[in-house]
Design a protein around this ligand. Sequence first.
Ligand code: FES
Ligand code: FES
Length: 148
Amino acid sequence: MTFSIKVNGSQHSVDVDGDTPLLWVLRDNLGLTGTKYGCDAGLCGACTIHLGGVVTRSCGVAVQDAGDREIVTIEALGGSHPLQDAWVEKDVSQCGYCQAGQIMTAAALVANGAKPTDAEIDAAMTNICRCGTYNRIRAAIKRASGQV
Ligand code: FES
Ligand code: FES
Protein backbone atom coordinates (compact mmCIF):
# COMPACT_ATOMS: atom_id res chain seq x y z
CA MET A 1 0.00 0.00 0.00
CA THR A 2 1.20 3.51 -0.70
CA PHE A 3 1.56 5.98 2.14
CA SER A 4 2.33 9.67 1.94
CA ILE A 5 4.52 10.92 4.77
CA LYS A 6 6.18 14.26 5.42
CA VAL A 7 9.81 13.94 6.47
CA ASN A 8 12.13 16.86 7.19
CA GLY A 9 9.87 19.22 5.28
CA SER A 10 9.42 17.08 2.16
CA GLN A 11 6.52 14.87 1.17
CA HIS A 12 7.36 11.27 0.25
CA SER A 13 5.32 8.36 -1.09
CA VAL A 14 6.36 4.93 0.12
CA ASP A 15 4.97 1.56 -0.94
CA VAL A 16 5.18 -0.65 2.13
CA ASP A 17 3.00 -2.79 4.38
CA GLY A 18 1.02 -0.57 6.73
CA ASP A 19 2.52 -2.16 9.82
CA THR A 20 6.07 -1.34 8.77
CA PRO A 21 7.74 0.65 11.57
CA LEU A 22 8.71 4.20 10.68
CA LEU A 23 12.30 3.27 11.57
CA TRP A 24 12.54 0.98 8.56
CA VAL A 25 10.66 3.30 6.23
CA LEU A 26 13.13 6.05 7.08
CA ARG A 27 16.19 3.84 6.75
CA ASP A 28 15.28 1.45 3.93
CA ASN A 29 12.87 3.43 1.80
CA LEU A 30 14.19 6.96 2.26
CA GLY A 31 17.86 6.24 2.99
CA LEU A 32 17.83 8.29 6.18
CA THR A 33 20.22 6.04 8.06
CA GLY A 34 21.01 8.49 10.85
CA THR A 35 18.12 6.95 12.77
CA LYS A 36 19.48 3.76 14.30
CA TYR A 37 18.14 0.32 15.10
CA GLY A 38 18.83 -0.88 18.61
CA CYS A 39 16.38 -2.91 20.68
CA ASP A 40 13.27 -2.83 18.47
CA ALA A 41 11.29 -2.69 21.70
CA GLY A 42 10.96 0.99 22.51
CA LEU A 43 13.59 0.78 25.23
CA CYS A 44 16.95 2.08 24.00
CA GLY A 45 16.08 5.26 22.11
CA ALA A 46 18.53 4.71 19.25
CA CYS A 47 15.63 5.17 16.82
CA THR A 48 14.39 8.49 18.26
CA ILE A 49 12.73 10.95 15.91
CA HIS A 50 10.22 13.76 16.37
CA LEU A 51 6.70 12.91 15.22
CA GLY A 52 4.35 15.84 15.19
CA GLY A 53 6.83 17.68 17.40
CA VAL A 54 6.91 14.92 20.00
CA VAL A 55 9.99 12.82 20.84
CA THR A 56 9.11 9.37 19.51
CA ARG A 57 10.82 5.98 19.23
CA SER A 58 10.33 5.16 15.59
CA CYS A 59 10.64 1.39 16.01
CA GLY A 60 7.27 1.42 17.72
CA VAL A 61 5.18 3.46 15.30
CA ALA A 62 3.71 1.85 12.18
CA VAL A 63 3.76 3.95 9.04
CA GLN A 64 -0.03 3.61 8.81
CA ASP A 65 -0.33 5.40 12.16
CA ALA A 66 1.87 8.38 11.31
CA GLY A 67 -0.97 10.18 9.56
CA ASP A 68 -0.11 13.70 8.48
CA ARG A 69 2.17 14.38 11.43
CA GLU A 70 5.51 15.82 10.42
CA ILE A 71 8.48 13.50 10.90
CA VAL A 72 11.83 15.05 11.78
CA THR A 73 15.04 13.01 11.82
CA ILE A 74 18.62 13.73 12.84
CA GLU A 75 19.39 14.66 9.22
CA ALA A 76 17.22 17.78 9.63
CA LEU A 77 19.62 19.19 12.20
CA GLY A 78 22.12 19.62 9.40
CA GLY A 79 25.32 19.12 11.37
CA SER A 80 25.44 22.66 12.72
CA HIS A 81 22.70 22.61 15.35
CA PRO A 82 23.94 24.09 18.66
CA LEU A 83 23.59 20.65 20.20
CA GLN A 84 25.84 19.13 17.57
CA ASP A 85 28.44 21.84 18.15
CA ALA A 86 28.25 21.23 21.90
CA TRP A 87 28.50 17.47 21.37
CA VAL A 88 31.78 18.02 19.53
CA GLU A 89 33.07 20.56 22.05
CA LYS A 90 32.34 18.24 24.97
CA ASP A 91 33.65 15.21 23.06
CA VAL A 92 30.49 13.32 23.97
CA SER A 93 30.55 10.36 21.61
CA GLN A 94 32.40 7.13 22.12
CA CYS A 95 31.18 4.43 19.70
CA GLY A 96 28.53 6.93 18.59
CA TYR A 97 25.76 4.43 17.97
CA CYS A 98 23.27 5.93 20.40
CA GLN A 99 24.13 9.55 19.78
CA ALA A 100 21.71 10.47 17.00
CA GLY A 101 18.88 9.34 19.23
CA GLN A 102 20.36 11.16 22.21
CA ILE A 103 20.58 14.39 20.22
CA MET A 104 17.01 14.08 18.93
CA THR A 105 15.74 13.68 22.48
CA ALA A 106 17.88 16.62 23.62
CA ALA A 107 16.71 18.77 20.70
CA ALA A 108 13.18 18.77 22.05
CA LEU A 109 14.49 19.54 25.51
CA VAL A 110 16.33 22.72 24.44
CA ALA A 111 13.79 23.88 21.85
CA ASN A 112 12.52 27.45 22.05
CA GLY A 113 15.38 28.61 24.21
CA ALA A 114 14.62 26.31 27.13
CA LYS A 115 17.32 25.96 29.77
CA PRO A 116 16.70 22.55 31.36
CA THR A 117 17.82 21.81 34.90
CA ASP A 118 19.78 18.69 35.80
CA ALA A 119 16.55 17.11 37.01
CA GLU A 120 14.77 17.96 33.76
CA ILE A 121 17.65 16.56 31.74
CA ASP A 122 17.67 13.36 33.76
CA ALA A 123 13.91 12.99 33.38
CA ALA A 124 13.93 13.56 29.63
CA MET A 125 17.12 11.77 28.61
CA THR A 126 15.99 8.18 28.95
CA ASN A 127 17.98 6.99 25.95
CA ILE A 128 20.47 4.25 26.79
CA CYS A 129 24.20 4.63 26.11
CA ARG A 130 26.22 1.43 26.41
CA CYS A 131 29.39 3.55 26.50
CA GLY A 132 28.19 5.53 29.51
CA THR A 133 28.47 9.03 28.08
CA TYR A 134 25.70 10.37 30.30
CA ASN A 135 27.75 13.00 32.15
CA ARG A 136 29.08 14.47 28.92
CA ILE A 137 25.59 14.44 27.39
CA ARG A 138 24.35 16.50 30.34
CA ALA A 139 27.27 18.90 29.96
CA ALA A 140 26.62 19.31 26.25
CA ILE A 141 22.94 20.01 26.80
CA LYS A 142 23.89 22.67 29.36
CA ARG A 143 26.35 24.13 26.88
CA ALA A 144 23.92 24.15 23.98
CA SER A 145 21.26 25.83 26.10
CA GLY A 146 23.67 28.60 27.11
CA GLN A 147 23.99 27.62 30.76
CA VAL A 148 27.75 27.10 30.81
S1 FES B 1 15.35 0.61 18.52
FE1 FES B 1 13.65 1.82 19.05
S2 FES B 1 13.83 2.14 21.20
FE2 FES B 1 15.45 0.76 20.71
S1 FES C 1 28.34 6.30 22.56
FE1 FES C 1 28.38 4.12 22.41
S2 FES C 1 26.35 3.52 22.94
FE2 FES C 1 26.42 5.64 23.33
